[in-house]
Design a protein around this ligand. Sequence first.
Ligand SMILES: Nc1ncnc2c1ncn2[C@@H]1O[C@H](COP(=O)(O)OP(=O)(O)OP(=O)(O)O)[C@@H](O)[C@H]1O
Ligand SMILES: N[C@@H](CCO)C(=O)O
Length: 293
Amino acid sequence: MLTVRAPATSANLGSGFDVFGVALGRPADVIRVERADRTTIDVRGVGSEYIPEDPEKNTVGAVAEALDAPAHITIDKGVRPASGLGSSAASAAAAAVGLNELYDRGLSREELVPIAAEGEAVVSGTAHADNVAPSIIGGFTIAREDGVTGIDAAIPLVAVLPEIVVSTRDARRVVPETATVEQLVETVANAATLTAGMARNDPRLVGRGMGDSVVTPARAKLIDGYNEVCTAAMAAGAAGVTISGAGPTVIAACTDHDRRRVANAMLDAFEDRGTDARAYQTRVGRGAEVFDS
Ligand SMILES: Nc1ncnc2c1ncn2[C@@H]1O[C@H](COP(=O)(O)OP(=O)(O)OP(=O)(O)O)[C@@H](O)[C@H]1O
Ligand SMILES: N[C@@H](CCO)C(=O)O
């Protein structure tokens, strides 16, 4: 039997829609995998009542199928589903890493990314890899159809999860189908700035590169109080703020010095709208870790 911890992740980071992702220091899912003749799944922890145990509907079932690695899989959810923190991806990433080792499949972490992405297809309809890549590899990742590039970084972050549910499937329906050339130029400038910021471990550059005038404004309408929370975060010293994944989590990049103040300002802004929320004061962190049990 093996135990695997796979972290929550934040995809997009504004300018990198469906491409950029970061592993977060916390929260995380922990799964246990044990060889079996057929795959069975037990789910407990945060939001487990909303997560199917049917292997055809759970992301870990698709991963076990793709690796031809049937197992009894126990999932201890630390990442709330429909959070924008890569909940479904954390389980898929943990399963890919754990089952690869349990069955000695010998695949590299990079090779496991498209396999874990098959799990994402089960819940959102597309096999996007921007959450599973950082959950497996760690750090900041650039996920392309032809592979993943990773950069180690340790940027301080605040991720604030309000008591609102936004499903990825719904949030993908509001993504605009077209963009202007001006928006394209702005997106390239922001994405390049953010990537340079990750390479230099510079929160100010990362924050500047989080701007996005295409996808984020369309999705902001699904998060009551989004604009007020962003304004509060920036006033408290954040370098940049955007929607985490498909939302409703809002994520800010900042310095270590400003992190607590930014977190409190964002929580207060949600509270002013009558919305309960919890803040994770964290940073870009490690990928999935395996423990013998
Ligand atoms: N192992 C799993 N963990 C969490 N959710 C799962 C799992 N398997 C299936 N699901 C389903 O996936 C949906 C949540 O996935 P969704 O992609 O909407 O949220 P998320 O993973 O938190 O967000 P995001 O991808 O935006 O960061 C729920 O309907 C849930 O029932
Ligand atoms: N890139 C994805 C991440 C959520 O799974 C999206 O924003 O829809």
